[in-house]
Design a protein around this ligand. Structure first.
Ligand SMILES: C[S@@+](CC[C@H](N)C(=O)[O-])C[C@H]1O[C@@H](n2cnc3c(N)ncnc32)[C@H](O)[C@@H]1O
Length: 316
């Protein structure tokens, strides 16, 4: 097996069948959003709807089908590779089913290492008429790794500091910068339960604080499709942290092609699978219309951080 016919292509077909054809250890990261259970029906004809995910009446069947696909996809990852899996939940019979966590636990039991639960908060989530519970405005993104030494470039996705900035009530604390154990809780804030004995020197990394697990990102703007597309920013966070330029990125549920468009913009290569030919055509159109390579400011910023090297991180 080699990668001929895969690189920078979106292939039409079932994710499981197509993943059998990918060479072992060829993909650096997978960023994907499978159809959510019971949310919508993508395929019209019987032959395709049989293969389509998300139509299962039994949640256990949905979880086991997804698990089978991701077990096979784990084989295709490099040993230092990762999976970023976006999933939303489903209400049935007035109950939240907890689907994202059911899938996460099943993947963990199948050998994947679960490294992070990221909450994607949608500030522009669809309003709803429910009056007996809060309106759902988030989804999950789980970060899994194949082994305990994987590519995660924390510096590429740091975020602005909040603690001790002008917005913070503890703004005077910046003089703790660079001092291990120079902790504010030893001074006038002693006893404040909101403080902890931490590495405050780390809290002031010059490139910003380490990325948090809640990402507030508005829904994508691409309106040609009737389903929710990934926001570019969600995909770029994953790709910047998990890949280097030229690395191969897979989205086995490509939909309208967002992962491919962002991968290309960031000078990564991609492979996509998508069951429905009309979405494949749409994704290919989007890719060919995206200016190439369109170097974002984020990319320029990482290029200048090249020193971070191609080093896997050890688990903690
Ligand atoms: C939630 S959408 C992905 C949206 C995508 N992230 C985007 O930004 O446009 C899920 C996609 O999976 C496709 N799909 C459903 N079952 C599939 C299967 N068995 N194999 C491959 N693709 C499938 C659907 O047609 C749909 O386009």
């Amino acid at each position: 097996m080699d990668l001929t016919g895969f690189i920078d292509q979106i292939l039409t077909g079932d994710a499981l069948q197509l993943s059998h054809k990918l060479p072992t250890g060829s993909i650096q990261t997978i960023v994907t959003s499978p159809p959510y259970l019971g949310h919508r029906e993508y395929a019209k004809g019987f032959s395709l709807s049989r293969l389509e995910l998300g139509r299962e009446s039994d949640p256990k069947l949905y979880v086991s089908r997804l698990t089978e696909i991701f077990v096979e996809l784990r084989r295709t990852l490099r040993n230092d590779g990762t999976l970023w899996l976006n999933l939303g939940d489903t209400y049935r019979d007035q109950q939240l089913l907890g689907i994202p966590w059911r899938v996460a636990i099943a993947l963990q039991e199948s050998g994947w290492i679960l490294r992070s639960e990221i909450i994607w908060e949608k500030p522009n989530a669809m309003p709803s008429s429910v009056k007996n519970r809060p309106t759902l405005s988030h989804e999950h993104v789980f970060l899994f790794s194949k082994t305990d030494a994987y590519v995660y470039k924390a510096d590429a996705i740091r975020e602005p500091h909040k603690t001790f900035t002008s917005e913070s009530r503890m703004r005077g604390g910046r003089n703790h910068f660079g001092k291990k154990n120079g902790t504010p809780e030893k001074g006038k804030n002693a006893g404040n339960p909101n403080l902890h004995n931490g590495r405050w020197d780390q809290a002031f990394h010059p490139l910003g604080r380490n990325k948090r697990t809640v990402w507030s990102i508005p829904l994508g703007k691409f309106r040609d499709v009737h389903f929710a597309v990934f926001p570019d920013k969600l995909v770029s966070n994953c790709l910047l942290a998990a890949t280097h330029e030229g690395d191969l990125v897979l989205d086995p549920f490509m939909g309208s092609g967002t992962t491919a468009v962002v991968a290309r913009r960031l000078a990564r290569r991609f492979v996509g699978f998508e069951l429905l030919p009309e979405y494949v055509a749409m994704a290919q159109r989007r890719v060919s219309q995206s200016n190439l390579p369109l170097f974002s400011t984020e990319l320029i910023c990482i290029t200048s951080l090249r020193g971070c090297g191609r080093r896997g991180l050890r688990l903690r």
